[in-house]
Design a protein around this ligand. Structure first.
Ligand code: ZN
Length: 730
C-alpha cells in the first residue's frame, strides 16, 4: 500500500520511494526520523524516538546478528543524523531482562530500573559512542522490526483526556490499545510487551498522558501507520470542534500589533529583571492566533493551573505557567506590572510548596522557582530560558500544549500529569545526572551583548570574541549590510539553535543585525527597542563606532566634518548610554558599557584636532557615566592606538596621508593592504613592545572589560596601544 498526501490533511506525508530506496537500512531509519520530526503536529523538537532492528555483520564472529538502531539520548528527530542513533546487539539487550528479573525489588521507579540505563552500554554494537536513551526498552522489547514513538498533538489530546481509555477504543477500535501513564523505563517496555502478548493483533498503543507508540515489520509501513493513526485522532477531534465556544469562549480582546510591541518594549526589561534575580534569562515572545485564543479565553486560568501533560513538554514549561488575569483593553501597563509582581511571588511560593510536598530524601536541591512561561491576555506567551534556543523550545512546547488542551477539551476534559509524577520526572536522578554532565555554562551564555560598529574592524572582531563566550550578539552598525554579514558569520559558526517558535524578531537565533545611526537619538532608541523585542532585554553594550576625518595637507577639516566627528565620537556614546539606561534600570541587573576612545585623547600633536579632542571628551564621558550609572552599570574606556589591520578607520587616503606625514617611502601602485602593512610596521616601532597592534588585541580587552574578570573596575580608560609613553594617563 502506498499512501499519498491527499490521504492526509492533518499531517505532512513526505515519504519518497526514490529517495528511500537509495539508502542503506540505517540511513532509511535516519530518513524516516527526519520526515517524522519535520512536522510539529507529529512530534515536538527533541521529542519522540524511532528504531529499526537491522541485520548486520558482527565484526568479531563475522556472523549476521540483529542490531537495534534507536534514536539516542538527547537527539532531535528533525535534525538527526546517523551519529544520533545508538546501536545495540539485540540478543545482549534481551538478556538484560534476566538481570532485571533477578532484582528483589522491581517495577517502575525502583533502583533497578534506573540501574538498567547503565547496562545498555554493555550491549553496544560497533563501538558506537552514542548513548542510549531511557526509551530504549520501549523499542527493544517490542517484537517488530520498526517502532515509532511520537508525541503527536492529536494523540496526546486523547491521552490527556479524563476518559482516555474509552476514547482510545472509540477512535482506534481494535487497532490500538492503551496503557496508563507510567514513567518511561525498562518496566514500561515490559508492560508494552505483555500487552502485545495478550493481543498480538495490536498495531500500537496510546500512552496515557504521554503520546503514541506503534510498529510494523516494514519501515515505510511503520511511517504510514504513524501518520494514519495521528490523522485518525485529528479527524475525530475536528468533528467535535467547538468553534467560538473553544476554551469557554473569548473573555478579552487582543491588542493590535503596534500596541502589543509598544507594551512589550516597556514590559519585557522589567519582567526579565523580575524573573532573573537568581539566574539571568533570555526571552521569546510567541503570539499566534491559537495562543491568543487561549490566553484571551475564559478557561485559560483553570487550564493554565493544570499544567502541561506530555513529560517532554513539561520538562521545559515547568509544573505550570504563570497566567496573569489582566484586561488589555481596560487596564494599564502599571496594573500589569503590579499583577506580575504579586503573581511571581505567589508562583514562587507555589513552586516551593510543590517541591516540599513531593520531594524524596535523595531528591536534588530545589531549582530556580521562577516560571519559564508567562501568559498575558491580549499579548500572548512569553517564554524564558537559559539561552535563546532554550526559550524558543519552551515557547514551542507550551504552544503545543495549548493545542493539546484545545483538542482535549473539545472531546473530553483535559488532565495534566499528576503532581507527584511530574515531580518524579523533573527531579529524576537520571535527569539530574544529565544536567551534571553538561559542560559548564559560558560566561555570556545568558547575556545579550550589543556591539555598535560590528560591521567592521574592532567591532566585528569584538562580536566574534563575545560570541565565543556564549553571548547573544546584536551586531549594530550604520551599515546594516555590514552588520548582517557579521551576524551571518556568527550564525554559521554557532548555529541557530533548536526550537520552532518566536514571533517577528523574537524568532531569531543567537545573533541579529540592526541598523543604528548613533548621531540620532530616535535611531538608537529604535535599535534598543528591537533588541528588547528580540531577546527580552539587554546586558552589555560595547561601542566601537568612531570616525576619523582626514585633514587636508594643512591639517584643516571643514566645520561640518568637525561637528560630525564630535557627534559620532563623543555625543554618540552619551546618547547610547542615555537610551540604554532606561532599559538597564527597568531590569535592575548588573551590566557594563565599554566605550572605545583612543590613545590620541591623551597626546597633543599637530593635524588631528577634531578627532583627538572628541576622543578626549569621550574619555571624560566614561568617567562621568561611571558615576551616573553606578551601581548597576560599570563604564570603562578602551583606548586603542592605530590598529591599521582591516580597519575602516584606515581607508586608502588616510593611509597615504599618514605615510606622507611620516616620510615613509611608498609607491602609488601598491595595494591598500601593502600600504597598511608599511604603516603598521612603522607604528609598531614607535611602541615600547615593538609589536603591531591587532584587532584581536582590542577585541580581547573589550571582552575583558565587559566580563566579570573586571567586575571591580569602572570609570577607567585602558590603553591597548603597544605601549606609548606619551599616551600614559596622568
Ligand atoms: Zn515520549
Amino acid at each position: 500500500m502506498t499512501l499519498k498526501q491527499q490521504d492526509f490533511k492533518d499531517v505532512d506525508y513526505l515519504w519518497d520511494d526514490d529517495t528511500a530506496n537509495q539508502l542503506d537500512p540505517v540511513e532509511r531509519l535516519r530518513y524516516r526520523s527526519n520526515l517524522l520530526g519535520a512536522d510539529q503536529r507529529i512530534t515536538n523538537t527533541g521529542g519522540g524516538n524511532t528504531s529499526s532492528k537491522i541485520k548486520m555483520t558482527d565484526p568479531l564472529s563475522e556472523e549476521e546478528v540483529d542490531v537495534l538502531w534507536v534514536k539516542g539520548s538527547g537527539g532531535d528527530l528533525r535534525t538527526s543524523r546517523r551519529a544520533n542513533f545508538a546501536s545495540l546487539y539485540m540478543d545482549k539487550f534481551l538478556s538484560l531482562e534476566n538481570i532485571y528479573d533477578k532484582a528483589e525489588v522491581k517495577g517502575v521507579k525502583t533502583e533497578i530500573e534506573d540501574a538498567m540505563v547503565d547496562m545498555y552500554r554493555h550491549t553496544t554494537y560497533g563501538l558506537n559512542p552514542t548513548a542510549s536513551s531511557i526509551d530504549t526498552p520501549l523499542h527493544g522489547l517490542i517484537p517488530f522490526r520498526h517502532v515509532d514513538h511520537m508525541h503527536p498533538i492529536s494523540v496526546i489530546a486523547v491521552a490527556a483526556s479524563k476518559d482516555q481509555e474509552r476514547l482510545t477504543q472509540e477512535i482506534f477500535e481494535e487497532e490500538v490499545g492503551w496503557v496508563p501513564w507510567q514513567r518511561p523505563g525498562f518496566d514500561l517496555g515490559l508492560v508494552m510487551k505483555e500487552k502485545l502478548k495478550q493481543d498480538p493483533e495490536l498495531k500500537g498503543l496510546v500512552m496515557g498522558q504521554h503520546g503514541l507508540i506503534n510498529w510494523a515489520d516494514d519501515d515505510k509501513a511503520c511511517y504510514e501507520l504513524t501518520l494514519s493513526l495521528i490523522e485518525k485522532a485529528a479527524r475525530y477531534i475536528e468533528k467535535h470542534d467547538k468553534g467560538e465556544k473553544t476554551f469557554g469562549g473569548q473573555k478579552y480582546h487582543s491588542l493590535n500589533e503596534e500596541e502589543r510591541d509598544k507594551l512589550l518594549v516597556q514590559l519585557l526589561p522589567k519582567l526579565r529583571g523580575m524573573v532573573s534575580q537568581k539566574n539571568r534569562f533570555i526571552g521569546t515572545v510567541h503570539t499566534t492566533e491559537r495562543v491568543l485564543q487561549f490566553v484571551n479565553s475564559g478557561d485559560a486560568p483553570r487550564l493554565a493551573e493544570i499544567g502541561t501533560s506530555c513529560p517532554d513538554h513539561f520538562l521545559r514549561t515547568k509544573i505550570k505557567p504563570l497566567y496573569i488575569d489582566w484586561n488589555p483593553r481596560m487596564e494599564s501597563v502599571e496594573n500589569l506590572v503590579q499583577k506580575l509582581e504579586t503573581g511571581l511571588v505567589r508562583y514562587r511560593s507555589d513552586y516551593a510548596a510543590y517541591y516540599e510536598s513531593c520531594k524524596h530524601p535523595n531528591s536534588p536541591a530545589m531549582r530556580d522557582p521562577n516560571p519559564t512561561v508567562i501568559l498575558i491576555p491580549g499579548v500572548g506567551l512569553i517564554a524564558w530560558g537559559k539561552n535563546k534556543s532554550e526559550s524558543r523550545v519552551t515557547a514551542e512546547f507550551y504552544s503545543l500544549a495549548i493545542e493539546v488542551m484545545r483538542a482535549s477539551e473539545t472531546i473530553s476534559e483535559y488532565q495534566g500529569l499528576p503532581r507527584q509524577e511530574a515531580f518524579d520526572i523533573e527531579y529524576w536522578l537520571l535527569e539530574e545526572a544529565k544536567l551534571q554532565r553538561m559542560p559548564p555554562e559560558k560566561e555570556f551564555a545568558r547575556s545579550v551583548v550589543v556591539v555598535i560598529g560590528a560591521g567592521s574592524g574592532i567591532g566585528k572582531a569584538t562580536a566574534h570574541r563575545v560570541a565565543a563566550e556564549g553571548a547573544h550578539v546584536v551586531c549594530a552598525d550604520l551599515s546594516v549590510e555590514a552588520a548582517g554579514q557579521t551576524a551571518d558569520e556568527l550564525i554559521k559558526k554557532y548555529g541557530v539553535g533548536i526550537g520552532v517558535a518566536g514571533t517577528g524578531l523574537s524568532g531569531c537565533g543567537p545573533a541579529i543585525a540592526l541598523p543604528v545611526d548613533i548621531t540620532k537619538r530616535e535611531s538608537i532608541r529604535s535599535m534598543f527597542e528591537n533588541v528588547v523585542l528580540a531577546y527580552g532585554g539587554l546586558d552589555n553594550v560595547i561601542i566601537t563606532a568612531g570616525i576619523f576625518v582626514s585633514p587636508d595637507k594643512q591639517g584643516y577639516i571643514p566645520d561640518d566634518k568637525w561637528a560630525l566627528t564630535y557627534a559620532i565620537n563623543a555625543t554618540g556614546p552619551f546618547l547610547v548610554a542615555d537610551e540604554a539606561k532606561r532599559i538597564w534600570q527597568a531590569q535592575g541587573l548588573r551590566t557594563s558599557l565599554v566605550v572605545t576612545t583612543s590613545a590620541n585623547a591623551a597626546v597633543a600633536k599637530q593635524g588631528s584636532f577634531a578627532y583627538d579632542t572628541s576622543k578626549a571628551a569621550a574619555n571624560h564621558l566614561v568617567r562621568e557615566l561611571a558615576i551616573e550609572l553606578s551601581p548597576l552599570v560599570r563604564v570603562n574606556g578602551l583606548a586603542p592606538a592605530t590598529v591599521v589591520e582591516g580597519s575602516s578607520m584606515f581607508p586608502r587616503d588616510r593611509v597615504i596621508s599618514s605615510l606622507t606625514k611620516y616620510n615613509i617611502p611608498f609607491d602609488e601602485s601598491e595595494s591598500t593592504e601593502a600600504l597598511r602593512d608599511k604603516l603598521a610596521v612603522f607604528y609598531a616601532q614607535r611602541t615600547l613592545t615593538k609589536s603591531p597592534i591587532t584587532l584581536a588585541d582590542q577585541a580581547e580587552m573589550a571582552y575583558l572589560l565587559s566580563s566579570n574578570k573586571f567586575s571591580k573596575t569602572t570609570g577607567q580608560i585602558i590603553s591597548v596601544d603597544g605601549g606609548l609613553h606619551e599616551a600614559f594617563l596622568r
